[in-house]
Design a protein around this ligand. Structure first.
Ligand SMILES: Nc1nc2c(ncn2[C@@H]2O[C@H](COP(=O)(O)OP(=O)(O)O)[C@@H](O)[C@H]2O)c(=O)[nH]1
Ligand SMILES: [Mg+2]
Ligand SMILES: [Zn+2]
Ligand SMILES: [Zn+2]
Length: 291
């Protein structure tokens, strides 16, 4: 478990530490919360900087989150195939893969002819904005329309970290149970789309109800679309592709209607300041670019 997000820190929710003789709290929970807030504030600043890179290059970025094995990589593999069938070849894609270990997922995506950058977190249970910023050195954003980020499999920690993405999508596999939105409200409250993955297994699972899963999302006051998909038999893939293509178009329109002044002088989204650098594979690990 990571040290930064608090998931490993029982002290965050522990009762206040006894005050010392001079009245100051003796470290412990208060300090843990302060450090955590500072980490999240720093992450938000770098996420805004990432978003400025994406907007400058007109790339829509989608952050995919789920528990391990819910089918994120399989969905991306199916998505690559489905988007390529679109008139004109569909949006130009790349994927950033986040895993604790191995580059298996990046290799699966590259095998389909799509650029993929693997981030191995080496134990951290989520991606953060700095990891994404570093990965940009290995991507040619100018050659892309759509960038997927496959987060580390985890329904808790990834939800706390803005990566600079435009949309967050959760996968909930039919094998996981329809109560997961209720159990992991932070993630399911904020996502823009919920895909009930492995829908091909629904006939064999008598205790999973798509309606109950959707009701659990609505109970969190989230009106995001919720629908079944299967990377195995293609169920719902068209709805997912339509959602993506519409988001890419909507993002382009929003960027095109930016005030000329903002587009020219970089006052958009508050994160364009300091964007006097480009990320190119050639600049890789040059160390000169730190937001
Ligand atoms: N039946 C079924 N299995 C799936 C589907 N999608 C993924 N899987 C299987 O679930 C396992 C984990 O999939 P993967 O894409 O690696 O999950 P990730 O960890 O979320 O990236 C693999 O054995 C896949 O073959 C699906 O739509 N239906
Ligand atoms: Mg995966
Ligand atoms: Zn964590
Ligand atoms: Zn940068």
């Amino acid at each position: 478990m990571c040290q930064s997000c608090g998931c490993a820190s029982a002290s965050v929710s522990a009762p206040p530490h006894p005050a010392t003789a001079d009245g100051a709290a003796a470290g412990g929970p208060t300090r843990t919360i302060d450090v955590r807030q500072a980490i999240l504030a720093d992450n938000d600043r770098i996420a805004a900087h990432n978003r400025a890179h994406f907007d400058a290059a007109e790339v829509l970025v989608v952050n995919l989150m789920s528990s391990p094995g819910a089918g994120k990589t399989a969905l991306l593999e199916a998505t690559v195939g489905a988007l390529a069938q679109r008139p004109g070849g569909g949006p130009r894609l790349a994927v950033i893969e986040g895993d604790l270990e191995t580059d298996n997922d990046a290799r699966r995506i590259r095998a389909r002819g799509v650029p993929a950058v693997q981030i191995t977190t080496g134990g951290a249970c989520h991606l953060d904005a700095t990891m994404i910023h570093d990965a940009l050195d290995d991507l040619d954003l100018a050659a892309l329309d759509l960038l997927f980020i496959e987060n580390v499999g985890n329904l808790v920690c990834p939800a706390g970290f803005d990566l600079g993405h435009h949309h967050a999508v959760a996968l909930l596999a039919t094998t996981e149970g329809d109560d997961k939105p209720a159990k992991y409200p932070v993630l399911f409250r904020t996502v823009d789309l919920v895909l009930i993955s492995k829908a091909d297994l629904l006939p064999y699972l008598d205790d999973f109800s798509t309606q109950r899963a959707e009701a659990a999302v609505r109970a969190l006051a989230n009106e995001a679309p919720v629908f079944p998909t299967s990377a195995r038999d293609g169920t719902g893939l068209q709805g997912w592709i339509d959602w993506l293509v519409a988001r890419v178009a909507q993002n382009r329109e929003a960027l095109a209607s930016r005030p000329v002044d903002a587009a020219a002088h970089g006052h958009v989204h508050g994160g364009r300041e300091g964007l006097g650098h480009a990320h190119r594979p050639a600049a890789r690990h040059a160390g000169a670019d730190r937001p």
